[in-house]
Design a protein around this ligand. Structure first.
Ligand SMILES: [Mg+2]
Length: 333
């Protein structure tokens, strides 16, 4: 066993010296709440209560680490949703990133920046959403940090995973001729899936164990944009078969609600946060998977990788035309 030390749970000091005593009381109460609610995890040799946590580590395996940051007002609006769903999402998006690497999640550290008013209640609700998901996926909450400010909630979760015998999947391994597969269906996640999706961890581990996968990504920013990232990282191009893309019911009903807006297909191509897996596999593997899919979720072949760089669409009439990668990108000014 190799031991890996990690950050432990600490609570930041308030700037205002007059409020330090008050904060200390809040800290103790919060630590007590955490100690009662975090439970025991076999991968955790030392959990909250020290300067860092210690994980038990199975060797040989690579450590796979991912972090995501979500903010009230950008990724969700707390006045519109139960904060537990936001807490769940803050961990789920990280598990989805580990799934995209075919890594098994082991532990997570959670950093919360809370509004001063009602921060404690909000912290609890975030954990009440996050903890059941952690338990479902066998993830130890190894520690974290909490602080307060005059702004809205910001949550940053870091997950630690490990590879399973085989090397982790990356975005850069697709080769011309590889088939393009996607789990589930796409588009319209804003109707609820962007909060309540199930990260495709079990699917990724099942595929990694028995099938050759050359490259992978989770669809977080939109199919066409995320696919263009895989193609570009792999130094090749990709063609999408437009008539084979699994368009979700949510994409259809959104388009019915807004007839002047994007079509269901456009939503499937461009909407973000479906958190499905996009995979590049050799043709023989695609054929095996098409004959007998080992997953509880649909796995659909939607195109292939080609020599010619860029993103292309094959229309139902067989014509191939360039396709503009579109999706969600954070704006920085
Ligand atoms: Mg990702």
């Amino acid at each position: 066993l190799r031991e890996v030390r990690f950050l432990f749970y600490s609570i930041g000091r308030l700037d205002d010296p007059a409020r330090i005593g008050e904060n200390a009381g809040m800290e103790s109460e919060w630590i007590r709440w955490l100690a009662k609610n975090l439970g025991h995890h076999p991968g955790l040799k030392l959990g909250i209560g020290d300067d860092a946590a210690i994980l038990r580590w199975q060797s040989p395996a690579d450590v796979v680490v991912a972090v995501d940051l979500v903010a009230d007002g950008t990724d969700f609006f707390l006045e519109q949703i139960d904060p537990r769903r936001a807490g769940r999402k803050s961990l789920a998006i990280n598990l989805s990133d580990l799934a995209a690497m075919a890594a098994e999640p082991i532990a997570a550290v959670v950093a919360l920046l809370l509004p001063r008013e009602g921060g404690m209640g909000l912290a609890r609700q975030m954990y009440e959403g996050l903890l059941p998901l952690a338990e479902e996926f066998g993830v130890a909450i190894a520690g974290g940090d909490t602080n307060s400010w005059d702004g809205r909630l910001v949550a940053s979760v870091t997950v630690i995973g490990r590879t399973h015998g085989r090397a982790a999947w990356t975005r850069s391994g697709a080769r011309p001729g590889d088939r393009l597969l996607v789990t589930g269906s796409l588009g319209g996640s804003i109707l609820g899936k962007h909060l309540d999706f199930v990260p495709r961890v079990a699917e990724a581990l099942a595929l990694a164990q028995a099938y050759e996968v050359h490259a992978a990504i989770d669809v977080s920013d939109g199919l066409s944009l995320d696919l263009s990232r895989v193609a570009s990282a792999s130094g090749c191009g990709a063609v999408l078969d437009l008539d084979r893309i699994p368009v979700s019911e949510s994409a259809r009903s959104l388009s019915e609600q807004e007839p002047a807006g994007p079509t269901p297909l456009e939503r499937a191509l461009e909407d973000g946060e479906d958190f499905e897996l996009l995979l590049a596999v050799p043709p023989a593997t695609a054929a095996t998977l098409a004959a007998a899919c080992p997953l509880p979720v649909a796995l659909t072949e939607i195109g292939e990788f080609i020599d010619a760089a860029g993103l292309w669409a094959r229309w139902p009439d067989g014509q191939i035309k360039p396709l503009a990668p579109r999706g969600y990108e954070h704006v920085l000014k």
